[in-house]
Ligand binder design. Structure first.
Ligand code: ADP
Ligand code: MG
Length: 639
């Protein structure tokens, strides 16, 4: 074959700069493209063997070698797959790729970089030019009588093709890295990228550092017993067996019945580097109407401050595509950790096209349904574990209900609430319990420490409350109230139920109420304070504060929007009311001795005590409280 020169000018000379800039936002993706091409080439050869069109030689070990050379700044990727004839190089590399490039240019010339393209337009090979100034191909086709082909292109508009020297079937691609991309010839960087994209590709992949001294080379290999077998292994690697960087048969491809718990846990640890064991998992395995496999893990949260942030890795035929593609995976599932492999996914399109793709929506719905099925199944058949996991999984489920109508419907009967005694109740069970005394009301606690005073009162009167202490609970209860007409969630400190009070006529309270209100406003130097006098059954309670449910929700929302530090009264009344118990001896004393010189100390101390049982005091309040407490103790010793 004579040396052939050709022009790549189909799409004008600026194709390469454009590919470099726009093809993929992550330049490291060239590793994925070239290694996956090698995998494809090997898969094709195996298929030909099965179809009887080719016979794989006995001692063939299919593999892909990635050789990095930091001194020469080269990367060499070799496969022993199908190879290419000169005609094929012409067709697949010189022509097809460029028609793909044409389509690509057409569609993306005006787009911004945000619109990252997933997959390619038959341009995978050309991603090499994002990192290389020059690329060479040496290839020998499996076809009998084929001649080796050498191709090279320096990233301009010209390529050169001629007879090569390759003696074994397969393809070798060498990248001469450009100045900005030398990092990719570093062994550690290469390993990092290969692990990211190629961990589950279906052919053994080996990374070799050509600069490593012989003893260093050993570090990348695993010693094995020197058996007779090793005589057959390639030249210098006689007594050592290199370790591939990938796992050829990922767990998600196995049938769920054949997987053990340990395998699931190992896989989780390896892929997500999470030392905590997952709570449980869902193995997705679907062939019809589309092909989808995967494993979704419910991670264990460390504590309530743990951010809810998972990772769902998306694969296409064992080739890593990207993390957390919102278009395919329902947003709330991104809180989980997992892998999804969907070979049918249309990848030749941009993200924005994915959004409007009906097929993608079906995938997303299917995954949602599977997750809801698993959870409801667990509730019905394994309630003990469901309750055990609830603290960890409830933020996730609640978030799902807020985000996804269908999921919310499916989960409706399987939302549970932990009550004051640690028991779990469904919404209807809670309502049933309160039917007699507080119809349609559910009391809740957001902070067991801060609200302990109220909790004790509730327990004494045998009124139940549920614990809702996660950030997600505030929007979630609003959601429940909208879904269940008439039902109200009321924080335990929002109002004093008549259960706690003695029955007295308004008239009876009116007089003392006025006196105490005037006194407290004067002593606390606070005109705005809402004060209410009641006769509580429990005479040990002197004072306490209630916070109106609506006002408090409003305040909480403001805080959530980061408006802290502003004067809360800017957003309307704080909703706080100081309750004074007319049955308490201290309050009675004040009523009888409003002019006492101790009134000041008493009023202020009672107010602070009420505040303390609601929330931590501000620094100034705390200083005042401590000084006053000392003064009170002083009075004790003076007697
Ligand atoms: P795609 O993989 O999407 O087809 P690529 O640009 O990655 O697009 O590759 C174009 C074509 O070049 C492939 O379809 C294949 O026919 C051929 N090819 C690329 N790399 C190899 C290889 N290592 N061995 C054999 N053929 C290859
Ligand atoms: Mg490809």
């Amino acid at each position: 074959m004579s040396t052939q020169k050709g022009s790549l000018s189909i799409n004008s000379e600026n194709i390469f700069p454009i590919i470099k800039k726009w093809l993929y936002s992550d330049h490291d993706i060239f590793y994925r493209e070239l290694v996956s091409n090698g995998c494809d080439a090997i898969t094709k050869l195996k298929k030909l063997d099965i179809m009887g069109e080719y016979s794989i030689p006995e001692d063939t070990e299919f593999k892909i070698e990635v050789r990095v050379n930091q001194e020469l700044k080269t990367i060499t990727i070799t496969d022993n797959g199908i190879g290419m004839t000169a005609d094929e190089v012409n067709e697949y590399i010189n022509q097809i790729a460029f028609s793909g490039a044409a389509a690509f240019l057409e569609q993306y010339k005006d787009k911004t970089n945000e619109d990252q393209i997933i997959g390619h337009f038959g341009l995978g090979f050309y991603s090499a030019f994002m990192v290389a100034d020059k690329v060479t191909i040496d290839t020998l086709s499996y076809k009998e009588g084929s001649k080796p082909v050498h191709w090279e292109c320096d990233g301009g508009t010209e390529f050169e093709m001629g007879e090569g020297e390759k003696t074994t079937v397969g393809t070798e691609i060498v990248l001469y890295l450009n100045e900005d991309s030398y990092e990719f010839s570093n062994e550690y960087r290469a390993r990092e990228v290969l692990t990211k994209y190629c961990s589950f590709m279906p052919v053994d992949i080996f990374l070799i550092n050509e600069n490593a001294k012989p003893e260093e080379k050993d570090s990348a290999v695993e010693a094995t017993d020197s058996t007779e077998d090793s005589v057959e292994s390639p030249e210098e690697e006689k007594e050592v067996k290199p370790v591939p960087i990938n796992e050829k048969n990922p767990l998600w491809n196995k049938h769920p019945n054949d997987c053990t718990d340990d395998e699931y846990k190992d896989f989780y640890r390896k892929v997500f580097h999470d030392y905590k064991e997952p709570l449980f998992w869902i193995h997705l395995n679907m062939d019809y109407p589309f092909n989808l496999k995967g494993i979704l893990y419910f991670p264990k949260l460390n504590n309530e401050y743990d951010t809810l942030e998972g990772t769902i890795k998306l694969y296409n035929n064992q080739v890593f595509i990207a993390d957390n593609i919102k278009e395919v995976i329902p947003e709330f599932l991104l809180l989980l950790k997992g892998v999804i492999d969907c070979p049918d996914l249309p990848l030749n399109v941009s993200r924005s096209a994915l959004q409007n793709d009906g097929f993608v929506k079906k995938i997303s719905d299917y995954i949602t349904k599977k997750v809801a099925d698993k959870l409801s199944g667990m509730f019905k058949t394994d309630k003990e574990n469901y309750e055990k996991y609830w603290d960890d999984i409830n933020p996730f489920i609640k978030f799902g209900c807020l985000k996804d109508e269908k999921f919310a419907e499916k989960m409706n009967d399987f939302i549970i609430f932990k009550d004051l005694s640690g028991k779990y109740l469904t919404l209807s069970e809670c309502l049933e319990e309160n039917k007699e005394r507080h119809e349609n009301t559910i009391f809740y606690v957001t902070n067991e420490t801060e609200q302990s005073q109220y909790i004790n009162m509730f327990k004494e009167e045998n009124i139940n409350a549920v614990i809702l202490n996660h950030n997600i609970d505030a929007p979630f209860i609003t959601h429940l109230e909208q879904k269940n007409e008439g039902v109200k969630f009321v924080r335990i400190d929002a109002d004093l139920s008549s259960v706690f009070k003695e029955e007295v006529s308004e008239d009876e309270l009116k007089d003392i109420s006025e006196k105490l209100t005037d006194l407290f406003k004067k002593e606390l130097k606070n005109d705005k304070l809402e004060i209410k006098v009641d006769k509580l059954k429990n005479e040990h309670i002197s004072s306490m504060i209630t916070v109106n449910e609506e006002s408090r929700r409003m305040q909480d929302m403001m805080k959530a929007y980061g408006m802290t530090g502003m004067d809360p009264s800017m957003f309307g009344p704080t909703g706080e009311t100081l309750i004074l118990n007319a049955n308490n001896t201290l309050v009675k004393y004040l009523l009888e001795h409003p002019d006492s010189d101790k009134a000041d100390i008493l009023c202020n101390q009672l107010y602070d005590l009420a505040l303390i049982s609601l929330r931590p005091l501000s620094p100034e309040q705390m200083t005042g409280f401590i000084a006053r407490s000392n003064e009170i103790l002083q009075l004790l010793v003076q007697e």
